[in-house]
Design a protein around this ligand. Structure first.
Ligand code: SF4
Length: 480
């Protein structure tokens, strides 16, 4: 489709909003009038008196036309986007539940709006009543965790971008450990990571920072063998002052990587929280998404972790997976509840890969509605079972533009998730693909330091990583 931008500078917003309604289509942005048109065309324009949005079919026939006059002080961008939203909703019959909100942190926005938040969500951003209520609950739950973070706080993220095989829907940079080339890299990767951990700890010490939470993510950190995990967890506890750590999480996401030996290493290192991720409890769905384990293996791994003394376990589920049905998803939620985990995180499937795309709008709309019903069911069922939504974020290209929500039992919020998502304090991140997010202790300034994305680059140019990491001290010097 063609998006015409006439006399205004809201191209980015208009394109983003249009993409909500046409996620699978190529949107050609044209400044002024398109020269040749034989496709759907959305014209957005601004005159000294009014904003206007018009939709034309491929023969040039006007399907919808809306305009709004504005006065000095009116938000012209918002007026124009409201017109676009209205026209595209009517044309497609699809009303996004998150309305015009495209940001990834709705609860942060909600808090920043203070007493006007509900009204703005419903009336200005056109967010549905259900999603507004969800955001309100999450914002409330986050507040008490946010207050734990102090100016001298920081968290540590350790990146292990390896998995035992690659899931078909994966959007992370994760390397299949079965590949010989990847296996060969491992000793050097761990060696470099130990050095970076030690360097980062020195920096934190010099700056007088307190470590609040640790998160090993990836990938799947438990893809490493027990020895590799021990080397890294030892490096962390030898390098950092662990006295201030409130939470220590390691993702053991893939049940096929979980062994008693590895769990003992983690337990002995002081890991207080792990993730064992069913995604689905249907073997048919697991096969369809390329997970090389069964539902029974998930349950075994979960029970093994309980037996080894883990009292805080998260389970990730995904709504909208290929081959899944509404009934199948209900059974997954119920089976998960029967295991009684402390955290359940419900994700909406993200359509990152071209192979999932190119479906026609009708198929897409049906999947969006199915995913929405699955999320509604999980909200109803989990809240009725004593879980509270405490963490939520949105990512691009999810089915129906829907959200990911973390639920927990009372007092079992994952601190790291909130600290990181709400940008409460700096997250010093180590390893390939890691991104350090520096937050000014007494201000809003955020800077990022990027490590190399791929393990071979990370190992080869490791000196450059340490050079970049000097930026941490520099940042704190400039933002005391
Ligand atoms: S386990 Fe997670 S990180 Fe690993 S391949 Fe599957 S989706 Fe990607």
């Amino acid at each position: 489709m063609i998006l015409e931008i006439v006399n205004h500078e809201y191209q980015y917003e208009a394109e983003k909003l249009t993409r909500l309604f046409y996620p699978n289509e190529k949107i050609k942005v044209v400044f002024g009038s398109a020269e040749s048109v034989d496709e759907l065309r959305l014209r957005t324009s601004l005159t000294p008196e009014e904003v206007r949005a018009e939709l034309f079919d491929k023969d040039g026939k006007c399907l919808f036309s809306e305009q709004s006059e504005y006065k000095n002080g009116d938000d012209r961008e918002l007026l124009l986007m409201t017109l676009v939203f209205g026209i595209l909703s009517r044309h497609t019959g699809y009303v996004p539940e998150w309305g015009m909100l495209t940001g990834i942190r709705p609860s942060k926005l909600f808090r920043s709006l203070g007493g006007r938040a509900r009204e703005e969500f419903l009336g200005t951003y056109l967010v549905s009543e259900k999603k507004t209520a969800l955001t309100e609950n999450v914002a409330r739950a986050e507040e008490k965790i946010i207050s734990l973070s102090k100016p001298e706080s920081f968290s540590l993220y350790v990146s292990i971008p390896f998995c035992p095989s690659r899931c078909s829907y994966c959007s992370f940079v994760s390397h299949d450990m079965t590949a010989q080339t990847v296996k060969k890299l491992m000793p050097d990767y761990i060696g470099a990571l130990v050095k970076e951990i030690s360097f980062t700890a020195e920096t934190a010490k010099e700056l007088g920072l307190n470590l609040e939470s640790i998160y090993f993510g990836g990938g799947t950190p438990t893809t490493l063998d027990a020895e590799g995990l021990k080397t890294l967890t030892d490096a962390v506890s030898d390098s950092f002052d662990m006295g201030t750590v409130r939470e220590y999480t390691v993702e053991a996401g893939r049940p096929d990587t979980v062994t008693a030996e590895k769990l003992r290493v983690l337990k002995n290192a002081g890991v207080s929280r792990i993730s064992i991720n069913p995604q689905s409890f249907s073997d048919r769905v697991l096969r369809a998404i390329g997970r090389k384990h069964t539902a029974a293996q998930t349950e075994e791994a979960f029970l093994l972790a309980r037996k080894e003394g883990f009292g805080n376990i998260n389970t990730d589920l995904i709504a909208g997976l290929p081959e899944d049905t509404e009934e199948g998803f209900r059974q997954t939620v119920e089976k998960t509840l029967s295991l009684n985990p402390e955290n359940i995180t419900v994700h909406s499937l993200a359509l990152k890969r071209a192979s999932y795309m190119g479906e026609d709008g009708v198929v897409q709309a049906r999947k969006n509605r199915l995913c929405s019903r699955m999320l509604d069911f999980s909200y109803e069922k989990l809240t009725a079972s004593g879980y509270t939504p405490y963490y939520m974020y949105r990512q691009s290209k999810t089915l129906g533009n829907l959200e990911n929500t973390g639920y927990c039992k009372e007092g079992r919020e994952c601190l790291y998730n909130i600290f990181m998502m709400e940008e409460c304090h700096s997250v010093l991140a180590v390893g390939a693909g890691a991104v350090t997010r520096l937050k000014a202790p007494h201000g809003a300034q955020i800077d990022r330091i990027f490590n190399y994305k791929y393990p071979y680059e990370y190992i080869k140019d490791f000196d450059e990583i340490l050079k970049r990491k000097k930026g941490i001290a520099e940042f704190y010097k400039n933002n005391p």
